[in-house]
Design a protein around this ligand. Structure first.
Ligand SMILES: [Zn+2]
Length: 244
């Protein structure tokens, strides 16, 4: 299983970059996790768009879905040129009716509903989902290929249920959007120390911090994560491939 960070920013992208998104690959199968601002441009550094086999969306905030419309245009052009195998499936929850309906577009993309507790067979992966603590319904995801496991928290405040959900992950990709001083002030996100605590309590083997803020001194978030997790921890690095 190969995991490539496409973007690492929460809320909006830094200049020339993308919001939080990941490419998850194995045996030529490619799954794009989230499709916010800048993702369609950035993901082409690693794959042709037509070679993406599936998209999974954690929730309908703009920093996770903003580029769905342009991805649909790309799929439509690809279909007209007969270069793209359509429809492209886009998996997401359907608790936001309008958001879910927009995932299906002119036969080139097709929204498919997922929810907490579901098990999705997706190419070489089995994907399970856990509802997070966020202002809108949002799903954390656990990818396994039978041997290795990667867990993505998506957007969430601390939630006890995420500990068993992330149990023994080879790689935990945890949001850490908050500086410690904003805990209790900004809702729906974790701090570096909470991301580290989650990795520790779940006995995750490696921790990547993602969905980062564009303000403040980022190194503080990593420092806090290291206080609560003694394992291998770093900011997710755009374009680096993490091989599990
Ligand atoms: Zn969000």
């Amino acid at each position: 299983m190969k995991i490539t960070p496409i973007g690492i920013w929460g809320g909006y992208p830094n200049k020339n970059e993308a919001t939080c998104a990941y490419l998850i690959e194995q045996d030529g199968y490619r799954c794009l996790l989230d499709c916010g601002s800048g993702v369609v441009a950035a993901v082409q550094n690693y794959t042709e768009l037509k070679d993406i086999d599936a998209v999974i969306i954690s929730h309908y905030h703009a920093d996770h879905v903003a580029d769905i419309g342009v991805l649909q245009h790309a799929a439509m052009v690809g279909m007209q040129l007969k270069e793209w195998d359509v429809p492209l499936p886009i998996y997401a929850h359907d608790k936001d009716e309008e958001g879910f309906a927009a995932l299906s577009y002119k036969g080139v993309t097709e929204g498919r509903a997922i929810g907490a507790g579901d098990t999705l067979e997706l190419g070489p992966f089995q994907v399970t989902f856990c509802e997070t603590d966020h202002p809108v319904y949002c799903l954390a995801m656990r990818f396994t290929n039978g041997e290795r496991t990667a867990v993505f928290t998506a957007d969430t405040a601390w939630k006890d249920e995420l500990v068993p959900f992330a149990e023994s992950a080879d790689l935990l990709v945890a949001e850490s959007n908050l500086y410690e001083k904003y805990l209790g002030i900004i809702q729906g996100h974790m701090s570096g120390s909470q991301a580290g605590k989650l990795a520790s309590q779940a006995s995750a083997k490696q921790l990547l911090l993602t969905h980062l803020p564009q303000y403040g001194e980022l190194s503080e978030i990593l420092t806090e994560a290291k206080k609560t997790y003694s394992g291998d921890v770093a900011f997710a690095e755009i374009g680096k491939s993490y091989q599990l």
